[in-house]
Design a protein around this ligand. Structure first.
Ligand code: SF4
Ligand code: SF4
Length: 263
């Protein structure tokens, strides 16, 4: 404490002697050290990816109308439940095969595949067109692990990213979403959004940074969702992808989707 006081008086003395404020601020900044230290337990990965095992998911669907992943995601991220389908906000949603994989669907596909819902989310593309078109860098790719992020405060609501995303993975807040949240259920550790902002799945970066799996992965009782570093040959996702044939959505577009489907 005494040392801190001496350092403060020393810096104050520099100021009194008439030197400009800039070196004083620099000196203070050096005293404080780094303001943000990453959690030592944070999950480490060069490119996060998700494998969705549809067989396991459909097995659970047959037992009950399971929406555990959607509910967990939307609750964790304060996603409003807006009944009007034209204004709905979705981070994870269900879609028929012919809409999810329009380039691969055909009339002779197994009936089960044609009739069962696929769980969809942002693909955290390796070459994301949404990032290229965003004029404010509100949507950007996190360098260390490839997550396609959203900075809600930077978003000006131009919706270029929605036009650029070929997967319909983005939702626009046409109105204030907060009246559609139940006050007692709001997650105070995650920001709510406002009118005129785009949102989407962010692979739960905030949980990854604390060493946790994404909320949907944790919530899935069927263990149908597997998350990991696709560049690591020893990761579970890589082992699954080497042992099973998998599908990705609209790969011909060159976006490099990082969500894989087993059927
Ligand atoms: S799925 Fe759409 S929103 Fe997600 S990274 Fe790819 S282009 Fe962007
Ligand atoms: S709507 Fe927001 S995130 Fe999308 S392109 Fe415009 S500023 Fe970027």
């Amino acid at each position: 404490m005494e040392k801190d006081r001496r350092e403060f008086l020393k810096i104050g003395g520099i100021s009194v002697l008439g030197l400009s404020a800039l070196p004083v601020f620099q000196a203070l900044a050096q005293q404080q050290g780094p303001r943000y230290k990453p959690d030592p337990n944070a999950l480490q990965g060069a490119q996060w990816a998700m494998v969705v095992d549809m067989e396991k998911c459909w097995e659970e669907q047959e037992k009950r109308q399971c929406k555990d992943c959607i509910l967990a995601c939307h609750k964790t991220h304060n996603v409003p439940d807006i009944p009007d389908p034209k204004r709905e906000i979705k981070w994870i949603w269900l879609e028929e095969y012919k809409h999810a994989f329009p380039d691969q669907a055909h009339e002779y596909a197994p009936q089960k595949v044609k009739e069962s819902p696929f769980m969809l989310l942002c693909n955290h593309c390796t070459n994301p067109p949404c990032v290229r078109v965003c004029p404010t860098k509100a949507t950007f790719k996190r360098a260390q692990d490839g997550i396609v992020m959203m900075d809600f405060h930077r978003c000006i609501g131009c919706r270029y990213c929605m036009a650029g995303c070929p997967y319909g993975a983005r939702s626009f807040n046409w109105g204030d979403p907060r009246p559609y949240l139940k006050t007692e259920e709001i997650n105070m550790t995650y920001p709510t959004r406002r009118k005129g902002v785009v949102e989407k799945c962010t692979f739960c970066y905030e949980r990854i940074d604390e060493g946790l799996q994404p909320a949907c992965v944790e919530a899935c009782k069927a263990k149908a969702l597997i998350f990991g570093d696709v560049t690591d040959p020893n990761s579970e996702v890589r082992k699954i992808l080497s042992d099973h044939y998998s599908l990705r959505r609209k790969v011909e577009l060159g976006t490099g989707p990082n969500v894989y489907y087993l059927i």
